[in-house]
Design a protein around this ligand. Sequence first.
Ligand SMILES: Nc1ncnc2c1ncn2[C@@H]1O[C@H](COP(=O)(O)OP(=O)(O)OP(=O)(O)O)[C@@H](O)[C@H]1O
Length: 241
Amino acid sequence: MTLVVENLISGYGAVPVLHGITFRQEPGEIVGIVGNNGMGKTTLLKTLMGLLATKGGSTSFHGTDFANLPAHRRSRIGFGYVPQGASGFPNLSVLESLQLATVVGPGGRAKGIDEILELFPELSKYLNRSSSALSGGERQMLSIARAVIRSPKLLLLDELSEGVQPSIVEKLAERLVHLHATENIGILVVDQELGFVASVAKRALVIHKGRISHEISAERLSDLDLLGGSIRSSSCGSFST
Ligand SMILES: Nc1ncnc2c1ncn2[C@@H]1O[C@H](COP(=O)(O)OP(=O)(O)OP(=O)(O)O)[C@@H](O)[C@H]1O
């Protein structure tokens, strides 16, 4: 299912943040969104999920215009979302958290717990542990599993690697690649950790001051200089839709 974003404008109250974002993501594709702090990555995902209002432009998924759909309807059209710093339900066990995610509205379909544990075998070890007693990486694994239970067509992931040790970030990347291969899920991955983005996506879009400045291949991501408040890349092509 193709995601088409054209000239998307959004922000917080009267404060504009996205000034006209345009890109296209093909069905089952993994695309990275990278950029310096405060450039609008999280704002983009929140707007796509309906947590922030679209103030201009258009967004469609598999031909359905979703700009005016409320957030809960966006999961019905196939969006799954793991927000930055997702903490889940600290008072529930891992199993209870998964079970809660299987409760879907009319017409929705949830995977069974066995099916989800096949995709995320490491969670089997922690089923009875309180979610608050998980490490950062284990918590992220749980958050992804909870989103995947609803069989999304497109997963939006915000800063999964934040605060997670490098060896576990590698495991998260492996899990996403496996998920993509077995379930054919499209993934839009926002992350500051460029190595993580390069290990899951073939291409990334660079966001700068609320606009996509250019596109870069995964191989070239290590050339990207995100330091000093500016984005410079000597060797990537310009962005086109
Ligand atoms: N709730 C809010 N109210 C007003 N402005 C906000 C709010 N949240 C974020 N902003 C501003 O919107 C701009 C974009 O923020 P956003 O969180 O989208 O950036 P980001 O690229 O995801 O950055 P980071 O990598 O630091 O998470 C920033 O200038 C930020 O200060």
